[in-house]
Design a protein. Structure first.
Lengths: 756, 490
């Protein structure tokens, strides 16, 4: 069953690719059928008892899978989200090119994502995590615009770097604990007790999975990648893929570092920064999908706080764990609804800028209702599902703060977190109101555009509308009767967090619980009217209309300011210089040069005969005299001549034998080698003569063609010659030196060492 | 039986090579047929060899009592022979189509076969003398492959190859002199053949000479400081030759080092000494430097050559760790790297053949016209980077675990860190080819027909890419086999 869930989409991917070669309808049908089958399988899995399953030897390390409450729930969510986006996609992609590959990789990603969520060991999770990163890359780059390429490359870089760092963490875990099975981590870690190493390993894994989740400071890819991807893909990226990162964070936080105060507090702090930063970015953004993407960053922050609180509270962390789990689930739903709504807008207008799509939804009640449900849900309004999870999270923080205060410890940190939590909730309300008002309440600045928008009364086909409506209906359904649905889900899923299900029923609609939500909503209203409407909407001096402006300084972008220069320029230039130093043998080349020079000096010193000169001179004159004596001697004269002659011949023969060898080779093995160039002059004097001729011709008023430009030819020959020479001397010299050293070593050994 | 098979395996490539050299005037078809059938016969013989009991051996002849030419087949021979037979076969098939490009077919085929002859002998060598003899032969007989185009660059590069190799081999020879003095036999012995009572008192000498020997043989494997020839020599050769040079012939250096450490000197003699530290530092420096230089290269084949420098030192790192899992990872890396690098060089060759483009920056949209080639390239790249489920992931896993297990100070964590940084660089220098090839941008107009050439071009690519993926997914058997080999020598 588990294997089917993972492998089925992989098998269907090529089928879908083939179908898309055939026709669009066939493609849509195959894709929807595959997703439907997957959903049915997920339902079956969810109704079956817990399974575990292993494939020893696959991928060299063996893969292990498990289906427990949490995993089953998420498999359902994944299959559901894929089904909805695929149904929606059949209309969305009707005008796209290159869709075959999108559908191919879409199904591959489905399989890989299932693999991540069903894996019971971190290694297995990482295997599928990497596949998922690479296949989902094609989503982001689908449009192939400059922006999309840039965002996709950022996404890939973050994914690859994150994957590698996580792998480092797994190396450490495996060597320290001997396993990466998630359920075994806690006991083994307690036995090992080597905390610094475990923190290092955990930090690496957190980096890898946190990058995917969109945790600060690795959130950079998210606001770039989501807006450029096609809407169904954005919905999945935001709703599901980020959760696979969260899955990894839960796996280590609630297992490896279960009830570890320091680790938990750190996660809470990271979560807080992520939450606030995402919300602030979303508040400023004027691009529909970018706002939603930043909102994802912020909501992931909420989830991380819940996970961190679970680790801080340890066994008492049921409320935080339920909150985190439910918020994950809710966020998947909200983003599905919101991004698909954004897709519906983009599908018709091909624009995302708030000023341009302003007023698009005024006469579209369905779209308005759906978007409103999503917005109310994510804003945490009572009776909507977001309220439940946020309340649980909020209560867990405030209870812990209260407990700390009661036991006399400083609760300042958690009080601050609590307030930031409420403020971020307020900001969520504010930016969602901003989107809603812009899209559905206000009129476009251009009446003609508004008229066109209003005339478009049927923005989508019924199938797409259903894909929007079904997840939207779930939000109030879950929210109105929390204990029926959400309570059960929470109690089924908290096992993964190593905590007991909630013992007592939470009174969701009691005053204490409602208070947090109301404070958030009030803050939100205040922010909207006090900040957005006054500061972020300016009157355009030219047209006189009021427009949304992005006041967020463009320079304040972690990616542009820090990461890109760091990774693309600074690190490569420093390390590149270092490796070029070694790689091109700069040291030894220099050394070789110096040695050559020394040899040359030495040779020329001998050559100019400072010492040997006189000696040689004397020897020479002596031999001359000797030769003269012989020469005058009648008997020996002819003999000496013969000797001289024959030695001359011998020398010639020796030197010619090399030529003969080359000649022989040419006639045999290298017969079909091109003969030496004869049509080109190859000596410098010939070139000089040719150049002289050219000059003469031009002086006489004649024309010289480019092919007879001997000066250029000569120059070219020189360049080639120099290039070869520098190549030969630069590194050959080093080889020669090593050769000499080796030869000397061998001879030394033979001569000296062997005698000892 | 082993003797018969072994002699056949030596005779077939040698004989076919001589025949090729004499077939200057023969038709292209005849030359191709001879090459492919010889290589296929060799592969078939290798398959037969697998049925023989391990450690079969035979003595060819004795020059003196001590100097003998002797062959023996053990697990390592089997591993390396797999590369030499299958790698050459696939490259050979590719060459039959590729050599339309550069002519002088028969001499190229002849030397390809001669190289195979030397490598087969080397892989089966049972003692240092035999190994050294075939090692030198492999160098000399593969030089004409580099020299093939006879451009000034090719001549320069082949001279460089010659000098570096001879310098390295002389260092190796020095080692053989010393080792023969301090050991009872020159035959490869599990755990080392050194006579430790004779060695006592001369440990430093032996350590220094072992270091020199390893550095010397490392020239062939492109290890710093004798790596300089590799990035020049591999790219100038025709693509099939670059493929076997990078994928197979460099592994001759690896095998020599493996024999030297684990069968002559003995891992126990080196473990924990300064020599191990020096060797690991050199290997890691090479790993990092190779990747970084590859990242800075624009010419695709040169990039791949630097990548080889880096990747082969992964293997050496594993061997120098002297731990089970390190050796296991190293052996796996030998196999996986061969698959991947042959595939990558052949892809580069196919691209050069069909489009004439040699630089990475020119490869925009190449995936639109040559999809099969670029898909193979992509899968091989993913394997080289170490992205699961492709094969490279497994070898990297065991290398890192081997390092963490070794308990060496600093090196135990430095090795995995360098491996991962290098993997990142690998991603940075290989993925742009894929990205630019498949996603040229919205406004890119596809020019030219969609074609991956004739099957001789794409079939080897697809086989190798599939192997590097399937060896990863169903890697259990290979992994266990490598583990058993590793436990054999440690």
């Amino acid at each position: 069953m588990i294997l089917f869930l993972i492998l089925f989409p992989f098998c269907m991917a090529p089928v879908c690719l083939l179908a898309s070669r055939k026709s669009t309808a066939a493609r849509n049908l195959t894709a929807c059928a595959a997703c439907l089958a997957e959903f049915a399988a997920a339902v079956l899995l969810a109704s079956a008892p817990d399974l575990s399953f292993s494939l020893p030897g696959i991928c060299g390390l063996g893969l292990t899978f498990l289906s427990d409450g949490f995993r089953k729930i998420y498999c359902l969510v994944i299959a559901f989200a894929w089904l909805m986006t695929t149904v929606f996609g059949s209309e969305y992609f009707s005008h796209y090119s290159n869709c075959g590959r999108y559908y191919f990789f879409n199904l591959m990603t489905l399989g890989a994502t299932m693999g991540v969520f069903l894996s019971s060991s971190l290694t297995t999770a990482l295997v599928f995590f990497e596949i998922m990163s690479f296949t989902s890359y094609t989503w982001v780059i689908q449009d192939e615009t400059e922006e999309a390429t840039r965002a996709a490359n950022t996404y890939l870089a973050v994914a690859v770097i994150g994957g590698m760092v996580a792998l480092m963490g797994l190396f450490l875990l495996q060597s320290e604990l001997g396993t990466t099975e998630i359920t075994l981590l806690y006991e083994r870690a307690a036995q090992s007790g080597n905390l610094p190493l475990l923190y290092a390993a955990g930090g690496c894994i957190l980096f890898g999975f946190g990058a995917k989740a969109g945790m600060f400071p690795l959130h950079i890819w998210l606001p770039k990648a989501h807006p450029v991807a096609p809407a169904p893909a954005s919905a999945l990226l935001s709703g599901i893929l980020t959760k696979s990162g969260v899955f990894g964070v839960i796996a280590i936080t609630c297992n490896l570092f279960f009830s570890d105060q320091k680790w938990g507090t750190m996660i809470v702090l990271f979560g807080t920064v992520t939450m606030v930063l995402g919300a602030v970015l979303a508040l400023f953004s004027v691009n529909l999908k970018r706002t939603l993407a930043c909102s994802s960053v912020s909501q992931i922050g909420f989830i991380l706080i819940g996970i961190g609180m679970t680790a801080v509270l340890g066994p008492e962390g049921s409320m935080a764990a339920s909150g985190a789990l439910l918020h994950m689930l809710n966020h998947s739903l909200f983003k599905l609804v919101l991004f698909l709504s954004a897709g519906a807008v983009y599908m018709n207008t091909h624009k995302l800028d708030l000023n341009e799509i302003r007023g698009y939804g005024r006469r579209k009640p369905l779209l308005k209702a759906v978007f409103l449900t999503g917005a109310l849900g994510i804003g945490g309004f009572p009776l909507f599902s977001g309220y439940v999870s946020k309340t649980l999270l909020h209560e867990s923080i405030s209870e812990h703060a209260a407990a700390l205060a009661a036991s006399g410890q400083s609760a300042l940190l958690f009080r601050t977190v609590e307030w930031l939590f409420l403020i971020s909730g307020g900001m969520t309300v504010a930016y969602m109101t901003k989107l809603f008002v812009a899209l559905f309440v206000e009129k476009n600045r251009d009446p003609a555009v508004q008229a066109r928008y209003d005339a478009d009364t049927r923005p989508m086909r019924p199938a797409s509308a259903a894909a929007l409506l079904i997840p939207a209906v779930l939000i109030p359904l879950f929210g109105c009767v929390p204990s029926v649905f959400m309570g059960r889900i929470a109690s089924a899923g908290t096992g993964f967090f190593r905590v007991e299900p909630l013992h007592h029923a939470v009174h969701y609609f009691s005053w204490t619980c409602l208070k947090g939500s109301l404070v958030s909503i009030l803050i939100g209203a205040g922010l909207y009217f006090g900040f957005i409407r006054t500061c972020l909407i300016r009157r355009n001096a030219e047209t006189g209309t009021r427009e949304y402006v992005n006041l967020w300084p463009a320079r304040l972008d972690l990616e542009e300011v820090l990461y890109r220069p760091l990774i693309l320029r600074w690190i490569p230039s420093v390390l590149g210089a270092v490796s070029a130093f070694f790689g091109e043998n700069r040291v030894s080349g220099r050394l070789a040069g110096i040695l050559f020079l020394a040899f040359q000096r030495l040779a020329s010193w001998f050559g100019t005969n400072r010492i040997t000169g006189p000696v040689a001179g004397k020897l020479f004159s002596a031999s001359e005299r000797l030769a003269a004596w012989f020469g005058t001697n009648r008997i020996t004269g002819p003999a000496a001549k013969t000797i001289a002659r024959s030695s001359e011949i011998g020398t010639h023969a020796f030197s010619d034998s090399l030529d003969a060898f080359v000649f022989l080779l040419r006639r045999t093995v290298y017969r079909d080698a091109p003969p030496p160039a004869t049509d080109e002059v190859s000596t410098s004097s010939a070139y000089r003569l040719g150049a002289l001729r050219d000059r003469t011709v031009s002086a006489l008023g004649g024309q010289t063609g480019p092919e007879t430009d001997y000066a250029t030819l000569y120059y070219r020959m020189k360049v080639t010659e120099n290039r070869v020479r520098s190549k030969l001397t630069g590194n050959l010299s080093f080889g020669l030196i090593m050769f000499c050293i080796a030869a000397v070593a061998v001879f030394l050994y033979v001569l000296i060492l062997d005698r000892i | 039986m082993y003797a018969v098979l072994m002699i056949l395996m030596l005779l077939i490539p040698a004989g076919a090579g001589i025949a090729e050299a004499c077939m200057k005037r023969a038709s292209k078809t005849a030359q191709d047929a001879l090459l492919v059938s010889a290589l296929a016969a060799e592969t078939l013989l290798y398959a037969l060899l697998l049925f023989l009991p391990v450690n079969s051996s035979f003595l060819l002849f004795s020059m003196t009592d001590v100097l003998t030419i002797k062959f023996r087949m053990d697990g390592f021979s089997i591993l390396f022979l797999a590369l030499v037979t299958v790698g050459f076969l696939l490259s050979g098939i590719f060459a039959t189509a590729y050599m339309d490009h550069s002519g002088n077919r028969s001499s190229f085929y002849a030397f390809l076969l001669f190289s195979q002859f030397a490598l087969v002998g080397m892989d089966n060598a049972a003692n240092l003398i035999t190994m050294y003899m075939f090692f030198e032969m492999a160098t000399l007989l593969s030089i004409p492959l580099v020299l093939h185009d006879r451009t000034p660059e090719a001549i320069g590069a082949s001279m460089k190859y010659l000098f570096y190799s001879i310098a390295g081999a002389l260092l190796g020879l020095l080692f053989i002199f010393v080792a023969s003095r301090y050991s009872d036999t020159l035959d490869f012995t599990r755990g080392g053949s050194l006579n430790l009572s004779a060695v006592s008192g001369h440990e430093t000498l032996l350590l220094v000479v072992s270091l020199l020997g390893i550095v010397g043989f490392g020239a062939k494997a492109g290890m710093y400081p004798l790596h300089g020839w590799l990035p020049d020599a591999h790219p100038v050769a025709p693509a099939p030759a670059s493929a076997v040079l990078s994928g197979v012939i460099t592994k001759a250096g690896v095998l020599a080092i493996l024999r030297l450490i684990y069968f002559v000197v003995g891992p126990d003699f080196l473990r924990g000494t300064w020599v191990q530290t020096v060797l690991l530092s050199l290997a890691l420096l090479t790993v990092f430097m190779g990747s970084m230089m590859a990242y800075r290269q624009d010419v695709l084949k040169k990039r791949l050559a630097y990548s080889s420098v880096s990747q082969i030192s992964y293997v050496l790192t594993g061997l120098f760790l002297l731990t089970d899992q390190g050796v296991q990872g190293g052996l796996l890396q030998i196999l996986f790297h061969a698959c991947v690098k042959i595939c990558l060089f052949l892809c580069a060759g196919s691209i050069i053949f069909h489009s004439g483009k040699t630089r990475v920056s020119e490869l925009l949209g190449i995936g639109k016209t040559m999809p099969v080639t670029l898909w193979s390239f992509t899968i091989a790249s993913l394997s080289l980077i170490g992205i699961p489920p492709a094969a490279g992931f497994i070898s990297k896993w065991y290398l890192a675990e081997g390092a963490l297990e070794s308990g060496l100070p600093v090196m135990n964590w430095l090795v995995p860190v360098i491996l991962l940084i290098s993997a990142l660089l690998t991603a940075a220098y290989l993925l742009p080819v894929t990205i630019r090839g498949f996603f040229p941008g919205k406004d890119y107009a596809v020019s030219g027909e969609r074609s991956d050439g004739i099957p001789e071009f794409w079939l080897p690519l697809v086989i190798l890419a599939a192997m590097s993926l399937l060896l990863g997914i169903f890697g259990g058997t290979v992994t266990e086999w490598a583990a058993s080999l590793a436990s054999l020598v440690l």
